[in-house]
Design a protein around this ligand. Structure first.
Ligand code: SF4
Length: 382
C-alpha cells in the first residue's frame, strides 16, 4: 500500500480561489479573512498556512472537513439560542492563532505543529449540500463552524450556510474574534450566531502566547453587536494565566460597556496540549469570575465545564423578577420555562436571544429540541 500523501499536499488539492483578498503589485496578495491581513508573496502561505498565493491568486480551503460531530448547542456554548437544539459542528484545518492550551489543537495546529499530522489530522471530503443533508438526517437545528478558526475558511462556510438557510437551519461561528470589518460584512448575511472566545484582557499575552493582538478582538465584539449578530462571549479561566481580579474585571467591564445583555461564559480550563503545568480551574475560581461579571452589571453570566459544582450559575434567571427560566446541568437543559417569544412567564420581561427560527413553527423547533441529545461521531458521506 502506498503511503498517504503529506497533509500539506492533501490540503493544497482541496482549494478554490478565495474572495476575501485583493491583488497587489509584483504578484503579491493581501488577505483580509482575519485581522492579520497577511501580504503574501507568490508561492507562499499566510500565517494560518491554509491560504496560499498561487500565481497571484489566493487559494483557500474548500470541500472538506477535519472534524465533524453533533453537539448540543450549549456546548458551543450558546445559552440564548434554541435551548436543547442539536448543532452539526464541523471544523476544517488550520488557525491564525497558536494558543498553548488549545483543546482542539489536532485540527487547529495542522501545518503549524507536526504533532497534529502525526495525531491524525486529515481532510475528509464532503460537499456543502452533503453537510447540510447530514444536519437534517441527524435532526440538527443549527450548523456550526468550529474546532478550528472559522474566519480563515469563511468562503466555503458561506457555501455551507447558504444551503443550511435554504433548509430552515440556523448557522453559527465559534471564533477567536480576530476578524476584520470586511470579513464580518461578508458573512453577515449568512451567520446568525457568533461566539467570541475572549482569551484575556492583556495585549502582551495575546502577542506572546497566542500570536494575535487584543484590539481587533475587542473591535470585533463591538462590531458583531452593532451589526446584529446574536453574540455570546466565552472566557476560559486559566489559573495563573488570566484569572487575576483586574483582568477579569477588565473583561467584564468592557462587555458591560458594549451591552449588558451579552451572555458571558466563564469556563473551566483543564490541562491540555502544551499547557499541562497547572491545575484545572476550581469551582470557586469560576464562581469568583461569575461574581465579577455580575458586579460589572452583566445580566447573564454562566459558569461552564464544571457541571453541578457551581451552584446555580449554570442557569438563566429573569433579570427583572429573578424567576428561574432555564435550568441546566452542563450541556443538558433540565427545565425551560421560556416560550418561543422569549418572555418570562412570571413577569412581562423579554429575554434577549433567538428562541425561534423565523419561518419555522415553534412545534418544529420543539421537536428538534426533544430529540435525544448526545455527542455523536458521524459517518461521512455525500
Ligand atoms: S486568514 Fe488571516 S492568517 Fe490566514 S492568510 Fe488570511 S490574513 Fe493571513
Amino acid at each position: 500500500m502506498s503511503p498517504s500523501p503529506p497533509l500539506e499536499q492533501l490540503l493544497s488539492e482541496r482549494t478554490a480561489e478565495g474572495l476575501l483578498y485583493r491583488k497587489l503589485p509584483q504578484g503579491r496578495v493581501e488577505c483580509w479573512a482575519c485581522a492579520h491581513r497577511c501580504r503574501i508573496p507568490g508561492g507562499k502561505k499566510g500565517i494560518c498556512k491554509v491560504r496560499t498565493n498561487e500565481g497571484g491568486l489566493l487559494k483557500v480551503p474548500r470541500n472538506y472537513v477535519g472534524a465533524l460531530q453533533v453537539d448540543p448547542i450549549e456546548k458551543k456554548p450558546f445559552f440564548h439560542a434554541l435551548p436543547g437544539t442539536r448543532a452539526l459542528s464541523y471544523g476544517m484545518l488550520g488557525c491564525d492563532y497558536h494558543c498553548r492550551y488549545c483543546q482542539n489543537w489536532v485540527t487547529s495546529q495542522a501545518l503549524h505543529d507536526p504533532a497534529s499530522e502525526e495525531s491524525g489530522a486529515r481532510p475528509r471530503d464532503v460537499t456543502a449540500a452533503g453537510l447540510v443533508r447530514l444536519a437534517l438526517e441527524n435532526k440538527c437545528g443549527v450548523v456550526t463552524s468550529t474546532y478550528n478558526e472559522p474566519l480563515i475558511t469563511s468562503e466555503w462556510s458561506m457555501e455551507v450556510f447558504r444551503e443550511a438557510r435554504a433548509q430552515g437551519l440556523l448557522t453559527s461561528y465559534v471564533s477567536n474574534g480576530n476578524a476584520t470589518k470586511e470579513v464580518l460584512e461578508f458573512i453577515r448575511p449568512w451567520v446568525d450566531l457568533y461566539k467570541v472566545d475572549l482569551k484575556g484582557f492583556n495585549d502582551k499575552r495575546y502577542r506572546q502566547t497566542m500570536g494575535g493582538t487584543l484590539k481587533p478582538v475587542l473591535e470585533s465584539i463591538e462590531r458583531l453587536r452593532a451589526m446584529g449578530f446574536w453574540l455570546e462571549v466565552v472566557t476560559l479561566v486559566i489559573p495563573g494565566f488570566n484569572d487575576g481580579e483586574e483582568e477579569l474585571k477588565g473583561i467584564a467591564g468592557f462587555l458591560a460597556s458594549v451591552d449588558r445583555d451579552i451572555p458571558w461564559h466563564v469556563t473551566a480550563f483543564h490541562p491540555d496540549y502544551r499547557m499541562e503545568d497547572r491545575p484545572a480551574t476550581a469551582p470557586g475560581q469560576l464562581n469568583r469570575a461569575w461574581q465579577i461579571g455580575k458586579e460589572a452589571g452583566l445580566r447573564y453570566v454562566y459558569s461552564g465545564n464544571r457541571p453541578g459544582e457551581v451552584g446555580t450559575t449554570e442557569n438563566t434567571y429573569c433579570p427583572s423578577c429573578g424567576g428561574l427560566l432555564i435550568e441546566r446541568y452542563g450541556f443538558q437543559v433540565s427545565q425551560n420555562k421560556l416560550g418561543p417569544e422569549g418572555r418570562c412567564p412570571q413577569c412581562p420581561a423579554s429575554i434577549p436571544g433567538i428562541w425561534k427560527v423565523p419561518g419555522r413553527s415553534p412545534n418544529a423547533v420543539k421537536a428538534i429540541a426533544e430529540t435525544p441529545r448526545a455527542e455523536e461521531a458521524l459517518a461521512f458521506h455525500n
